[in-house]
Design a binder for this molecule. Structure first.
Ligand SMILES: Cc1cc2nc3c(=O)[nH]c(=O)nc-3n(C[C@H](O)[C@H](O)[C@H](O)COP(=O)(O)OP(=O)(O)OC[C@H]3O[C@@H](n4cnc5c(N)ncnc54)[C@H](O)[C@@H]3O)c2cc1C
Length: 375
């Protein structure tokens, strides 16, 4: 059996990004994706344009919309409009297009894609990993990247990442036609959703609508939210197919590496616990994981630990604040909306957060102080 340098489980944003960077570095890479190319992913597709910095090829072929304006509302009223500056910092991508495109780039760089093939077992032998697939394929590899998303069983089994997972509950609806949503406009609705928010993002021939709850165990009656939200966008409340999913969100700083093993994207619980931003950390972690593994394969034994540290510093530090903001904002959302979103400086801050130019840590101390004083 030929030994691979890296086997990547999951060909989503995180896995495909890692596959591209590793293959480009001349490594022997197998990328394994369970679903076929056409499966629709439950994702709004909102993405900071700054992720372009992580790729030497243009991402524009998969950008459906460039967002120039963000509309906020509280129970469909009390609007706030944020015009995003000329540099167009926020894009909307159609997820399945983005993932396929990144996987194609990885293949062009030399990775081998197995699709649709699911991984059913991974085992560590003395110096390598043994990976078993549902089509009977068995692979041996010096290292493994776990990139199989929010339902990944491997972090718990292998004792890496958070011991306890924290989930946002989401429902997404893809609609044909744009309704009343203006081109280039993204919409965020607070107030209709208990402990969360609803969103509407334009794509080339339709809209991605979603409902997410981020704290608490109480079930949200999603249809009740959609009964109000969809007509406000010019759609019938029953329109579109619903996809319900649990999204693993950031839950503290934890090592994201083992012996020849790295976690990336949702499998590493990197998704933002306040706004469900998971694409940027997926792409960043794919990039950073690839850099660390390249060094580790050259015998730098500490480089995998370096990956955990880098993700802690460059992403986790902001997410720790994001989690605190979520806990306060979603408990007192009306106050949060008035003091956070309706502030005169909010549009500029929002643009900076959506673009990735500003982290939660930069604004958190002031926001929390303000909310607690109001309580
Ligand atoms: C409703 C909703 C809306 C969202 N909206 C946004 C948004 O607007 N902006 C944003 O930034 N983030 C958003 N997110 C979060 C974002 O979608 C995720 O954080 C992102 O998909 C993480 O990418 P990933 O590659 O880690 O995981 P995934 O995209 O889930 O990819 C994992 C891949 O692994 C494959 N897989 C699973 N098991 C196996 C196996 N055993 N063998 C082989 N393959 C396997 C899966 O088929 C999948 O393709 C949203 C999430 C949801 C649920």
């Amino acid at each position: 059996m030929t030994i691979q340098d890296v086997v990547i489980i999951g060909g989503g944003a995180a896995g495909s990004s890692a596959a591209f960077h590793l293959a480009k570095g001349g490594l022997k890479v197998k990328l394994i994706e369970r679903k076929d190319k056409k499966s629709i992913k439950p994702c709004g597709g909102g993405m900071a344009a700054s992720v372009q910095n992580f790729f030497p090829f243009s991402l524009s072929p998969v950008v459906d919309e460039v967002i120039t304006r963000v509309d906020f509302s509280w129970r469909l009223n009390d609007p706030v409009v944020a015009n995003l500056p000329g540099s167009s910092p926020f894009w909307i991508v159609r997820r399945e297009k983005l993932d396929s495109y990144l996987a194609e780039q990885a293949v062009s760089a030399g990775a081998e894609l197995l699709q649709p093939v699911g991984v059913i077992n991974i085992d560590k032998s003395k110096n390598s990993w043994l990976i078993t697939c549902d089509n009977g394929t068995e692979l041996e590899s010096l290292s493994v990247i776990i990139a199989d998303g929010s339902n990944s069983p491997w972090p718990s089994k292998l004792g890496v990442g958070p011991k306890k997972h924290n989930f946002a509950k989401t429902t997404s609806v893809r609609l044909e036609g744009s309704g009343t949503l203006q081109k280039g406009t993204a919409r965020f609705e607070f107030g209709l959703v208990h402990h969360g928010f609803a969103w509407a993002f334009p794509i080339s021939s339709g809209i991605n609508v979603g409902v997410g709850t981020f704290i608490g165990r109480q079930e949200t009656d999603t249809q009740e939210v959609l009964d109000d939200f969809l007509p406000s966008l010019g759609f019938d409340p029953q329109e579109g197919d619903r996809q319900h999913s649990k999204l693993r969100i950031w839950n503290g700083h934890h090592p994201l590496h083992g012996d020849g093993l790295l976690l990336v994207g949702d499998a590493a619980s990197l998704c933002d616990p306040f706004l469900a931003e998971g694409l940027r950390p997926a792409l960043i972690s794919g990039y950073e994981a690839a850099n660390s593994l390249k060094e580790w394969l050259k015998d730098d034994t500490f480089s995998l630990e370096g990956y955990s540290k880098t993700m802690h510093t460059n992403w986790g530090a902001s997410m720790a604040w994001g989690r605190r903001i979520a806990q306060v904002f979603y408990r007192f959302p009306k106050v949060g909306y008035q003091l956070g979103i309706k502030r005169p400086t909010a549009p500029q801050r929002i643009a900076q957060i959506l673009s990735g130019e500003m982290g939660y840590g930069d604004i958190a101390q002031r926001v929390i102080k303000r909310l607690l004083l109001q309580k």
